[in-house]
Design a protein around this ligand. Structure first.
Ligand code: SF4
Length: 395
């Protein structure tokens, strides 16, 4: 098969994996090498539906031993199959990089022969790029569930980021939809990566220490292929951030590619739900919200009408209004329409005088939302006295 044909098949087959956006990895070129990746200036494009496209994003093979219900590459599907040779992936990466098409490689794979065989092939690609060709660009490798710990560890010395996909957010659903997988086969490589990453963080001052997955590990969950609610999903994400030290959890709205009685029938991928989950995830990572503040047993689904911060504010009128002249940074962060950057601006600039509405506008605060939740002499009193239901209607 021609290289171009393989590329068409294996780039197409990789498009459903969203666990690959920029992670701010930093790596400089060695003497005689080429390419580098740096936290600033790394440019990624996203397609209309939010998929990342600036890395060469391919599968090593779309041949797979397994038969996951939700996957286009499952063994029972009659689709064109292809497998790259290690040297072909290396050549494509180098050529594309030199032509400035990409700034790195995202390499995943179906499970061919067995998990170790597959992981070893992925490892050989990364090793050849780094050692033979002195490639300093970004490499994101998939850790194959079930592969040996040693192979996973070795791969970590060549990759900037690694990811093991959980795919389905609960073990019973994973068993039903992907009978060849279980949580143990996912958590085992994740644990290994976490241990080694922490070990490296603790030894950073050692001279000559080789980098180990410097941009951290990530995972992906498919949303809407199984019955878990949003509370189940963000609870799992919060525990992954805490216990596995993940850098990112990616949420991928379920796209029906197979007819299978185990899967729900949907008319369109749940993209809005996916977006709300990203916003909830953002609140947990940057706004100091815990998962059980965002959702609870009585409210297990994210509000599709309002973003999760606004939904929380509407459920907690007792927390507002917030006086921006004396509230803490953490309290200001909870005001709808105020982002991390503007909260920092507010705390900094109030040292020089009272905060006025015109300042907030310049700081990038979305007053359309924030005005109902702040105490400020410029905000008409009646806005602050509105009931949540009235605010809801006005918004
Ligand atoms: S392991 Fe499952 S999800 Fe991965 S390629 Fe094979 S069938 Fe698809």
């Amino acid at each position: 098969m021609e290289l171009l044909q393989k590329l068409e098949i294996l780039a197409g087959a990789a498009k459903y994996d969203v666990s690959c956006s920029s992670s701010g990895g930093s790596r400089t070129t060695q003497r005689g090498g080429f390419g580098n990746s740096c936290p600033a200036g790394v440019c990624h494009s996203f397609t209309e539906d939010g998929r990342c496209i600036s890395l060469l994003k391919i599968l090593l093979t779309n041949v797979c031993l397994y038969d996951c219900a939700y996957c286009a590459n499952r063994k029972s599907n009659d689709v064109p199959r292809a497998t790259f040779k290690v040297e072909e992936v290396v050549k494509l990466t180098i050529e594309f990089y030199k032509r400035n098409y990409i700034e790195g490689l995202f390499l995943s794979s179906g499970v061919i022969k067995n998990p170790d065989y597959t992981m070893e092939a992925l490892l050989r690609v990364a090793k050849s790029l780094r050692e033979e060709h002195k490639f300093g660009g970004y490499i994101h490798l998939k850790a194959i569930p079930g592969a040996s710990q040693d192979l996973i560890t070795l791969a970590g010395y060549y990759a900037d980021r690694m990811s093991v996909n959980i795919e389905i957010p609960s073990e019973p659903s994973l068993k039903m939809l992907a009978p060849d997988k279980n949580f143990e086969s996912v958590y085992s490589p994740m644990n290994r990566l976490r241990t080694k990453i922490l070990e490296h963080k603790g030894n950073l001052k050692k001279r000559g220490l080789k980098k180990f997955v410097p941009a951290g590990q990530s995972t992906q969950m498919i949303i809407g292929a199984s019955p878990e609610n949003d509370l189940n999903i963000i609870t799992l994400a919060a525990s992954l951030y805490k216990t596995q030290e993940l850098k990112r959890v990616y949420y991928s709205g379920y796209i029906p590619v197979n007819e299978d009685g185990r899967l729900p029938v949907i008319s369109a991928p749940p993209l809005k739900r996916e977006n709300r989950l990203y916003q909830a995830d953002w609140l947990m990572r940057f706004y100091g919200f815990s998962y059980d503040e965002i959702l609870d047993k009585n409210n297990p689904w994210l509000d599709l009408e309002f973003d999760p911060k606004m939904a929380w504010a509407l459920r907690h009128p007792e927390f507002f209004p917030i006086d921006l002249d004396c509230a803490s940074y953490e309290e200001i962060l909870r005001v709808p329409g105020v982002g991390v950057k503007s909260a920092k601006f507010i705390v900094h600039s109030r040292k020089f005088g009272k905060i006025r509405l015109e300042h907030l506008k310049k700081m990038g605060v979305a007053l359309k939302r924030a005005k109902f939740f702040i105490a400020n002499p410029d905000v008409p009193n009646e806005w602050r006295k509105l009931y949540p239901e009235q605010v809801r209607t006005l918004l």
